[in-house]
Design a protein around this ligand. Structure first.
Ligand code: PGA
Length: 250
């Protein structure tokens, strides 16, 4: 059985003080979580978040990683740096990175490889835009995005990654994929992984849903057999909301 992962993506919200305050509020509310709980904070918050997380099972994540170990890459951060600052997870290829910062499937792949080499667990985001869904390209697109992102990893490494299926039209819009739509597309992603890496790997890899997941819709989504958790934006910024998502089964 796959242990679900509920990860908060704070995006560009909260400085170190607010980060510590939110974590302190969150800790008691999620202490009995059955899922793995992760908070992906802005890089400047990692240190304060690490301190605040002491004595808690909540894991710490970053929101991007560069693919080189060091060098002349102004504004970028390496896997080694993020590890040293306390991160264990890292979001890669979020649609906002693809849309606003020129991220491509190829750079996503480079970052995924660097994360795995550097000991970080990547949360790899894939998902279609509205017009791509309407044109009937969702399955082809998420298959392509997933397989390119994983290129060069061994089956064992793939089995430890996390994929986040995030339909772009559902992110930050209040629109959610229906439970069935999310389940179907995640099944397509799992099948693509099975075809390339085999059943042992596809049975292990955890595939989250993301896109306006919240306390109201989490139960229905998590009841779907293929959905192994969520990547949560807006609803991760308030302890009450995020803890309700985390504790969906209670
Ligand atoms: P949202 O963001 O929950 O605010 O839609 C999800 C995400 O972008 O990961």
């Amino acid at each position: 059985m796959r242990v679900p992962v509920i990860a908060g993506n704070w995006k560009m919200n909260k400085g170190p003080k607010e980060a510590a305050a939110l974590i302190n509020e969150l800790k008691p509310l999620v202490k009995d979580a059955e899922a793995t709980v992760v908070v992906c904070v802005p890089a400047v918050d990692l240190h304060a978040a690490k301190q605040a997380l002491r004595g808690s099972k909540i894991k710490l994540g970053a929101q991007n990683v560069h693919y080189k170990e060091s060098g002349a890459y102004t504004g970028e951060l390496s896997a080694g740096m993020l590890r040293e600052a306390g991160a264990e997870y890292v979001i890669i290829g979020h649609s906002e990175r693809r849309q606003y910062f020129g991220e491509t499937d190829e750079t996503v792949n480079l970052r995924v490889k660097a994360a795995v080499q550097g000991g970080l667990i990547p949360i790899i985001c894939v998902g279609e835009k509205r017009e791509q869904r309407e044109a009937g390209y969702t399955d082809t697109l998420v298959t392509y995005q997933t397989l390119i992102a994983l290129t060069g990893l061994t089956g064992d490494e793939v089995s430890k990654t996390i994929i986040a299926y995030e339909p772009v039209w559902a992110i930050g819009t209040g629109l959610t994929a229906t439970d069935e739509q999310a389940n179907e597309t995640i099944a397509v992603i799992r099948e693509a992984i099975r075809a390339k890496y085999g059943k042992r790997v596809s049975n292990k890899v955890r595939i989250q849903y993301g896109g306006s997941m919240n306390p109201k819709n989490v139960k229905g989504l998590m009841a779907q057999p293929e959905i192994d958790g969520g990547l949560i934006g807006v609803a991760s910024l308030k302890a009450a909301d995020f803890s309700q998502v985390v504790n969906y089964s209670k």
